[in-house]
Write a new protein. Structure first.
Length: 151
């Protein structure tokens, strides 16, 4: 069964000053549930710059419950599982003090990727002396066998 949790998502996307002209659609507010949400931002890029994305998400407990008229077992189980999924987020954001307030803000920022570590090449010089020693021992063993056979 596909289980999803509905969220109210609000945020904005911005660019460093002087990098985009005529920026439109920089603030957004959507309800995110089962389906993906597409955000469209329009403007003219003056120069390349990484955007800054800020968003907040709030679980919607009432939207997770089944519709009042739903009377099938599938609707009840789906509603319960959605409610449990929302409860997971509520429990994470909850304050242990019953009289206290709880607030959490997640800020996601884009960043330049870290450079990948260069793979280390094995040193070919270390393998060459070992091969020479083994080859020399094989030649000496063959010479010893030939010498022994002539005795």
């Amino acid at each position: 069964m596909d289980v999803w949790a509905p969220f109210a998502v609000r945020g904005s996307i911005g660019f460093p000053r002087g990098t985009v002209n005529g920026l439109a659609g920089s603030r957004f507010s959507r309800v995110v549930g089962r389906d993906a949400v597409k955000l469209q931002v329009r403007g003219s890029a003056v120069r390349a710059a990484a955007p800054r994305l800020t968003l907040s998400a709030e679980p919607l407990v009432r939207s997770a419950l089944p519709a009042p008229g739903a009377r099938t077992l599938e609707a009840a189980v789906g509603g319960y599982l959605r409610y449990a999924r929302v409860g997971q987020f509520q429990a994470f954001l909850a304050n242990p003090d019953a009289r206290g307030r709880s607030a959490t803000t997640y800020v996601y920022e884009t960043a330049a990727p870290r450079p990948a570590a260069r793979p280390q090449r094995p040193d070919d010089d270390r393998g060459l002396p070992a091969a020479l020693v083994i080859g020399g021992l094989v030649v000496l063993a063959a010479a010893a066998v030939v010498l022994w056979s002539h005795l």
